[in-house]
Design a protein around this ligand. Structure first.
Ligand code: ADP
Ligand code: MG
Length: 243
């Protein structure tokens, strides 16, 4: 579904991705883990064309992703992104935030988009909050609106960039629960996260990125329980025992 072949990306002379090879199968959940600055966000941003890359190839269902191509807008609608800081429109209600993309990008009928937005907000547990503005919602609620908004685009895959890192601890569970339900419905997901327990329970595969290279990848159970590489072992020790 999403393939990376020898992807290289630099900002100026600073090489951030140094030859990424990976594959994300349809309906699979892949967790991308690794230290800060290793290139996780950059990799995600290359997938939906928010960033260009200099060498190699990223393809979605066989179609080349190229941020400079005329089809990039079409590609971007096929892969939704959920950000650490929600990025909701502050002057729009939850419902309006979810309806925005379908109406303006997918050109859906307003009534259809509205009904679907209500259904999606209900599905993420926010039926009571459809008319609320982001500022009156908790972080966990805002992130669930952001997930409903991502789903409203009928994406083939969703990219999550540390979706729970900005949340108070008591709100992490409600967001992970929504993500878990998407995984059960076989949504294809690439998730940057430090929630190792979530990765253990939900991910099919784990990629460990360090210094712009995938140091280790494989089935979640193997990589997380029995990491082969010393850097993976080190990293997992630090995130699971932060002090
Ligand atoms: P991660 O998400 O794993 O923390 P990032 O992908 O955000 O890592 O960043 C990887 C490296 O690229 C870092 O050294 C960061 O400083 C650099 N970087 C990220 N975005 C930019 C940018 N827009 N311009 C220049 N350097 C950047
Ligand atoms: Mg990041």
């Amino acid at each position: 579904m999403i393939t990376f072949e020898n992807v290289h990306k630099a900002y100026g002379s600073h090489e951030v991705l140094k030859g990424i090879d990976a594959e994300i199968g349809k309906g699979k959940v892949v967790c991308l883990i690794g230290p800060s600055g290793s290139g996780k966000s950059t990799l995600l941003r290359c997938v939906n064309g928010l960033e260009t890359y200099q060498q190699g190839r990223i393809a979605i269902n066989g179609e080349l992703v190229d941020a400079t191509s005329s089809t990039i807008h079409a590609i971007r609608t096929r892969v939704s992104m959920v950000f650490q800081r929600f990025n909701l429109f502050p002057h729009r209600t939850a419902l309006e935030n979810v309806m925005e993309g379908p109406i303006h990008v997918l050109r859906e009928d307003r009534q259809v988009a509205r009904q679907r937005a209500e259904d999606l907000l209900t599905r993420v547990g926010l039926a009571e909050k459809i008319d609320a503005y982001p500022a009156s919602l908790s972080g966990g609620q805002q992130q669930r609106v952001a997930i409903a908004r991502a789903l409203a685009m009928r994406p083939e895959a969703i990219l999550f960039d540390e979706p729970t890192s900005a949340l108070d601890p008591e709100m992490v569970g409600e967001v992970l629960q929504v993500m878990r339900s998407l995984a059960e419905e076989h949504m294809t997901m690439l998730v940057v996260t430090h929630e190792i327990q979530f990765a253990r329970e939900v991910a099919d595969n784990v990629l460990f990125l360090d210094g712009g290279r995938i140091v280790e990848q494989g089935p979640a159970a193997e990589v997380l329980r029995n990491p082969q590489h010393e850097r993976t072992q080190d990293f997992l020790r630090r995130v699971t025992h932060p002090v």
